[in-house]
Design a protein around this ligand. Structure first.
Ligand SMILES: C[S@@+](CC[C@H](N)C(=O)[O-])C[C@H]1O[C@@H](n2cnc3c(N)ncnc32)[C@H](O)[C@@H]1O
Length: 397
């Protein structure tokens, strides 16, 4: 795929289409661009402005081989898999980050007095994920069934664990995963071991809510994505632990279904999926037929985030996440949702500082240094993860 320099790049609008209708002469001689080519042209125009001199290296990384992480399934007999990963010199980056945090709280070693007062790093517990070191482009073998019949690890872009870690799930929490299919983050949420058992005695307020209520609710509007999610849960989670309520509702309606209910809500929205869009022609949101859908994405994202925050109990938290670099789909969506909640619902929400994530995970991921709200993992050749944007919002009222 070649770069879109010169007049071609200049003629492309933010929606990824030529800004001016083509003349009849041009229409018959200009090549038709594939969706992936259109995506790249769009990004060349917009991300050059957003990221300046960082864009060329991010661009080449997006077009290069993606790096994975292996999320250890401790519901399965995982010790063999872990020994194998360690033999391959893969590194467990979540524990590494925790250790860094502790060392900084105890600068002269554990015997010395801690720095005053070492704040708890708000982060979901019990997750272990292996990646190959910086610059190592090794690949993991596909997951394998252990003696218990469950797969030993789940392969995912390691940066997609960051929104789950940032959700800071705690033991006994009721959690909603609003856009959950195909289920990598739902599995990670279960692996924290924190999601509450379904209440036996709770009085369901109404029929629909009764069907939806539970410790971990995972929802996806798409029936096929919800089926894939169920399949992932069957392959990784023992039946007696799998209490996940899987639903297939329009997440935008959640504020009406269960308001002020959940301790934690993950809002991992549909977006332009930048890496997929520049590499794959199939199911590409830059197909001409999907132009309106693409243009409506920021509005859908705001509606989903507002609904997720309405479903969060006062004092609880939601994490908004995407796999796009677009500020329009990231920070602007967060800003828009905060404003709507204040003006239309008199609900006050605080965007929380996640710069500790940038600091503690700096050995594994490359972060964009200038986000006003939330954090953004930038794909770079030495750590070709992401893009992944995540932002935690706390409901104050
Ligand atoms: C980025 S994907 C989620 C990935 C998932 N969290 C994971 O980690 O495997 C976004 C999902 O949102 C779903 N979606 C789109 N519109 C939705 C809506 N209005 N309500 C609920 N889900 C929606 C899509 O079907 C898609 O599966």
């Amino acid at each position: 795929m070649g770069p879109a320099h010169g007049p071609l790049a200049a003629a492309v609008s933010p929606a990824g289409e030529p800004e001016h209708p083509l003349s009849p002469w041009q229409a018959s001689t200009e090549p038709k661009f594939s969706p992936a080519r259109l995506a790249l042209q769009n990004f060349d125009v917009n991300y050059k402005v957003q990221f300046g001199e960082l864009w060329p290296s991010v661009r080449v990384s997006l077009l290069s081989e993606h790096k994975y992480g292996a999320l250890v399934n401790h519901f399965s007999a995982w010790d063999k898999a872990v020994s194998e990963l360690e033999r391959l010199q893969a590194q467990e980056f979540v524990t590494q980050a925790r250790r860094r945090g502790q060392q900084e709280a105890f600068p002269q070693g554990p015997g010395a007095p801690p720095r005053p007062p070492a704040a708890r790093w708000p982060c979901s517990p019990n997750l272990r994920c292996y990646t190959f070191a910086r610059g190592d482009i090794g690949r993991f073998r596909p997951p394998r069934a252990s003696s218990l019949g469950l797969l030993d690890y789940y392969l995912l872009d390691a940066s997609s664990l960051l929104p789950v870690l940032a959700l800071d799930v705690q033991p006994g929490d009721a959690v909603l995963d609003l856009c959950a299919g195909p289920g990598g983050k739902t599995l990670a949420l279960l692996l924290t071991g924190c999601c509450r058992e379904p209440s036996q005695s709770g009085q369901p307020p109404q029929e629909l809510v009764a069907a939806l209520s539970g410790h971990l609710t995972a929802n996806d509007i798409s029936g096929s994505r919800a089926r894939r999610l169920r399949q992932v849960l069957r392959s990784y989670v023992p039946q007696d632990v799998n209490h996940v309520q899987v639903t297939s509702q329009d997440g935008r309606m959640w504020g009406d279904l269960e308001r002020d209910t959940y301790d934690r809500v993950l809002v991992d929205v549909p977006c332009t999926t930048d890496r997929h869009s520049v590499l794959e022609e199939n199911n590409n949101i830059f197909q001409r037929s999907r132009k309106t859908e693409r243009q409506m994405l920021p509005m859908l994202q705001v509606q989903l985030l507002v609904a997720g925050l309405l479903a969060t109990r006062p004092g609880g938290a939601a994490v908004y996440s995407t796999c796009t670099l677009s500020h329009l789909q990231n920070e602007y969506v967060v800003g828009g949702a905060v404003e709507i909640l204040a003006n239309q619902y008199q609900i006050h929400v605080q965007v929380e500082d996640l710069s500790c994530f940038r600091h503690l995970f700096q050995d594994t991921f490359s972060f964009f240094p200038s986000c006003r709200m939330g954090e953004l993992v930038l794909p770079v050749l030495w750590a070709n993860f992401g893009p992944m944007y995540f932002c935690r919002l706390r409901r104050l009222t």
